[in-house]
Design a protein around this ligand. Structure first.
Ligand code: NAD
Length: 496
């Protein structure tokens, strides 16, 4: 097997190598994970939690090697790498605290009051496969594995072939925290290895682009295994009269340019009420010009590199096409080869044609297009005029006004006075409507997706129990009596 070489996107230096998995490597990794899962699932939640708790402390005690690795293979800033560590720790904290009660069995009503009962329990799928992208290589590979493990599953992960090193380190830290190495397998390679992985697992958790997500859904459907798909976005922000423009500008700069705009929930389209459009767009473009670009361990830098030159070409392609179609450039729209081969300046555009790729496709770079709108209604219609539905953001003077707008947006999450906060609001589910995905991470959904419901129903064996009831209806008179009872049933609140 030819090793996969991982290069730093800024300096081009070799950051590391990994060995791609052959079909037989993959089969044996999955088979070892299956055996380890049989042992793991017998442990109580608290026994499993010990390892994850130790991992939580370990990454907070010694974040620097993790930050270095993330930065080395992605070209992102120290701050953007730091956000990954904090978010993984937050996910661990949330599921360590709430996981046991999320997974606990619950008594439910039986088929017939008094003589029957039901209990709903959650069983792990077995082996969970995770396929992850390059933009947040530590969060997306590790944080999504934690609830799967705590719920009693084994995990086999295929990280992006562009950024596998953060995932390898995350797994090593879990193993150092006491986790059975076979319980968390890792396989390397591109889409072919991802496709092969789906053939060996009981659930597939995919994060990546919507086009790949469709292929993963088809492969999962062929095996009739459940999947969750966390896909792309073309996320709108709405700014209404009365909003604090200063705060909205801070939110937009962070929402559009952190991680160099390579965040699934990044703001890409901004709809601003016409009376404040000039002032707000000027403010945003002035602030965008002040952002410090570069790549180093300094905490001072605001924006790092894109993942590679070809991605920077794609982002510039969207910008150039928009400008040819009449867009005006308020800031950026240029590459910065003096800093590195994949740097694009934070870009603010207006007058982008609604038909331009910039308006319709995910750009996934440090670029926003801003549009004036005449009314709140127009803002909502334009925000919803997309096939995507991942995240959105609303800024208004009054919270009831913002809430009313948020409820009309077709997206899995909406931030009021925030653009990216949803990612660390661990108690609520996060995911996409429309082509932005199926399923949710975080909250109880984010753990229960790694389980299957099992209903255990009990009939108390009085007079032959439940199964003896139907055969006892042997005349119209008895049937009428049963109908009367069923009618009465609805009127007794405690038994409904
Ligand atoms: P991608 O879809 O190209 O690749 C994602 C992963 O899928 C990689 O590991 C890749 O090797 C693998 N893959 C490729 N083809 C496959 C196939 N046929 N079968 C199985 N696996 C296959 O995405 P990317 O370019 O790595 O990441 C960027 C995309 O991810 C953006 O669209 C972004 O919005 C999205 N994303 C979404 C979320 C979210 O939570 N919604 C989070 C981060 C990134």
């Amino acid at each position: 097997m030819v090793p996969i070489k991982v290069h730093n996107p800024v300096t081009g230096e070799l950051a590391g190598t990994v060995i791609p998995a052959s079909p037989s490597d993959l089969a044996s990794t999955a088979s070892r994970a299956r055996q380890a899962q049989e042992r793991w699932t017998k442990l109580s939640f608290r026994e499993r939690a010990r390892f994850i708790s130790s991992f939580h402390d370990r990454i907070l005690d010694r974040p620097d090697p993790i930050l270095d690795t993330i930065q080395l293979e992605t070209g992102k800033t120290r701050r953007d790498a730091f956000a990954e560590v904090v978010s993984v720790a937050g996910t661990a904290r949330y599921y360590l605290t709430h996981g046991e009660s999320i997974l606990a069995g619950r008594r439910r009503r039986g088929a017939v009051p008094i003589v029957t009962s039901s209990v709903l329990e959650h069983r792990p799928h077995g082996v969970v496969g995770l396929i992850t992208p390059w933009n947040y290589p530590f969060i997306l590979s590790i944080a999504d594995a934690l609830p799967a493990l705590l719920a009693g599953n084994a995990v086999v992960l295929k990280p992006s072939e562009l950024t596998p090193l953060s995932a390898v380190l995350g797994r090593e830290l879990l193993v150092e925290s006491g986790l059975d190495p076979d319980l968390f397998g890792i396989v390397h390679g591109g889409g072919d290895v991802g496709g092969e992985l789906i053939r060996h697992v009981d659930f597939i958790g995919f994060t990546g682009g919507s086009t790949t997500g469709r292929k993963v859904a088809v492969a999962a459907a062929e095996r009739l295994i459940p999947c969750s798909l966390e896909l792309g976005g073309k996320n709108p922000m709405i700014v209404l009269k009365g909003a604090s423009l200063k705060n909205a500008a801070i939110g937009l700069l962070s929402g559009a340019f952190s991680n160099a705009g390579q965040t699934c929930i990044s703001v890409e389209r901004v709809y601003v009420e016409a009376s404040i459009f000039e002032e707000f767009s000027r403010m945003v473009s002035e602030e965008a010009r002040k952002l410090k670009l570069g790549w180093s361990r300094s905490w001072e830098l605001d924006m790092g590199s894109l993942i590679h030159s070809a991605h920077a070409d794609k982002v510039m392609g969207h910008i150039e096409e928009a400008v040819e179609g009449g867009a005006r450039v308020l800031s950026g729209a240029v590459r910065r080869p003096d800093i590195g081969p994949a740097f694009v300046e934070p870009t603010v555009l207006t007058h982008v044609s609604p038909r331009a790729s910039m308006a319709t496709q995910e750009t996934f770079g440090p670029v926003i297009s801003m549009y004036p709108v005449e009314s709140v209604h127009e803002a909502v219609v334009m925000a919803n005029d997309t096939n995507y539905g991942l995240n959105a953001s609303v800024w208004a003077g009054r919270s009831d006004e913002a809430m009313a707008v948020a409820r009309q947006i077709h997206a899995g999450s909406v931030g009021i006075q925030s653009t990216l906060m949803i990612y660390n609001a661990f108690d609520v589910p996060m995911g996409g409507m429309k082509i932005s995905g199926i399923g949710r991470r975080h909250g109880e959904h984010g753990m229960l997706r790694y389980t299957q419901e099992q209903s255990i129903v009990t009939s108390f064996s009085m007079a032959g129990g439940y199964d003896a009831m139907l055969p006892k209806i042997r005349s119209q008179r008895v049937a009428d009596a049963v109908l009367k009872m069923v009618r009465l049933w609805r009127r007794i609140p405690g038994l409904r």
